[in-house]
Design a protein around this ligand. Structure first.
Ligand SMILES: [Zn+2]
Length: 473
């Protein structure tokens, strides 16, 4: 097995977990360890591998920042699984309370050959509630001579009581670049010729798991002299990128007939429609990257594919491509639960080939927004018109215009118009009431302004009145 053969034996050989390694190496350097570790993250990213390296490093007589020496007595006994002080429990198959009780009772005894007793519990999230309870006490107050390393792909299933007692290390998915380099190293080592694009394809299919990448590679190289892209596609039943390109081209050209023919052809050839949707989404992601970078983005399918795809999409606006992505993402969800995935595929891809559906709905939205803006503006101005009645002065006075009074539409009627345009029933809520009150306020302040305007005319009379009443003031 390639995965077991090339399983790293020290920190130096581990790839893609640099952040976790920095801390662990420091602990080895200082010979200071936590009593319980919780390694959590994506499968196949090296949790158990690093747990074993750490276990040996803790007990190794010549440990360095690279990890254990793998040669001393302690290392050899652990590598051969020949010591009772090193226990590995697979909680996927040993998850009962009795399994844990047995493990816990063994922690009472001092180690026989090693410095510390190490317990690795793999897939720990599978433990039953009572098994977790039985483990909790020991994890809370572990004996000096014991160290626990728990591994899980599902951190959320670990009870908070256990999590809070452990130092948690998060393991990230391995990047395609790192997997590519590791695969190249392994294939060179076993002297197997390969195509670089084939390696990239395997790395992509492994979905962040180094173990999967090596297992896929191993399965394929058994049946071929040279690892080629064609071999990988056939072995993994992958769809041709050419088919994706053709469908995207037909969609972009708004050619419904070609789109239907291509779907029909792939359906007749027994292609998995869910894979087709995945493939189309990948191609569209590449398209987005290429449009956004004017064709300069590095994508995993380089060469001719990249040129062809860019030629198809370079004139297309990004929002249209995003609309395609939305449609095909919905299609992918629908396919999962549909009784007739073929029909769903036809419907969604034909919709993609008719972007005027998008344009029409957008136009409709824009029209509604325009109408609403007009109405809101009208409501804001209400029964006022702004007039500069002193053109030679910088001051502006707001006066009431008779003309506006005629045009004034009561707020209730304006809301009815808004309801008609938006097709949404507006409830008699506080906001609406507030709007009505605002308009009423404006109307009353209008009267105030009108009185102010008349004030000048009344000025003379006011003087007279003041004289008349001066005796009384
Ligand atoms: Zn050693």
């Amino acid at each position: 097995m390639l995965y077991s053969t090339y399983r790293p034996l020290n920190f130096k050989e581990v790839v893609g977990q640099d952040n976790n390694l920095i801390t662990l190496k420091e602990q080895v350097k200082q010979n200071k360890y936590d009593s319980a570790y919780l390694f959590a993250g994506h499968r196949g990213t090296g949790k158990t591998t690093i747990a074993r390296i750490l276990a040996r490093a803790i007990n190794c007589k010549n440990a360095s920042t690279d990890g254990p020496c793998n040669e001393c007595d302690s290392c050899s006994s652990m590598l051969k699984n020949a010591t009772l002080d090193f226990v590995e429990l697979d909680a996927a198959s040993h998850n009962s309370i009795n399994d844990i009780k047995e493990l816990v009772s063994s922690t009472k005894y001092l180690p026989t050959t090693l410095k510390k007793k190490i317990y690795i519990i793999d897939e720990v999230h599978n433990l039953s509630t009572s098994a977790f309870d039985a483990l909790l006490k020991t994890i809370e107050e572990p004996p000096e001579h014991c160290i626990f390393i728990l591994c899980t792909t599902e951190l959320h299933k670990i009870p908070a009581t256990i999590r809070s007692r452990c130092s948690i290390y998060q393991f990230n998915a391995i990047s395609i670049e790192i997997m590519h380099d590791r695969l190249v190293h392994v294939l060179n080592d076993i002297k197997k010729p390969y195509e670089d694009t084939a390696i990239n394809l395997i790395a992509k299919q492994a979905d962040g798991s180094m173990r999967d990448a090596l297992s896929i590679a191993e399965k394929i190289i058994i049946s071929c002299d040279k690892l080629t892209t064609e071999h990988v596609k056939k072995s993994l039943c992958l769809l041709d990128d050419e088919l994706s390109l053709k469908i995207i081209k037909a969609i972009c050209e708004e050619n419904g007939k070609d789109t239907i023919n291509l779907i029909h052809k792939s359906y007749e050839e027994g292609k998995n429609l869910s894979h087709l949707a995945d493939n189309l989404l990948e191609t569209l992601t590449d398209a987005v990257l290429l449009i956004a970078t004017q064709g300069k983005a590095e994508i995993y399918n380089s060469g001719q594919y990249k040129e062809e795809l860019f030629a198809i999409v370079k004139e297309k606006p990004l929002d249209l491509i995003f609309w395609y992505v939305d449609q095909i993402s919905t299609l992918r969800e629908k396919i999962r639960n549909s009784l007739n995935p073929y029909m769903e595929t036809q419907v969604y891809l034909i919709r993609c080939a008719n972007p005027k559906l998008l344009n029409e709905s957008m136009r409709d939205v824009l029209r509604r927004i325009n109408e609403l803006e007009g109405k809101v503006k009208n409501m804001e101005q209400g029964n006022f018109v702004i007039k500069d009645n002193k053109s030679d002065s910088k001051e502006t006075t707001f006066i009431v215009s008779d003309e506006v009074e005629d045009d004034f539409v009561p707020i209730e009627e304006q809301w009815e118009d808004v309801e008609k345009i938006t097709d949404l029933p507006f409830e008699e809520d506080d906001n609406k009431q507030k709007e009505v009150e605002e308009v009423e306020d404006k109307a009353s302040s209008k009267n105030d302004s009108a009185e102010q305007v008349d004030e000048e005319d009344d000025e003379e009379m006011s003087e007279e009145m003041r004289e008349l009443f001066s005796g009384y003031l």
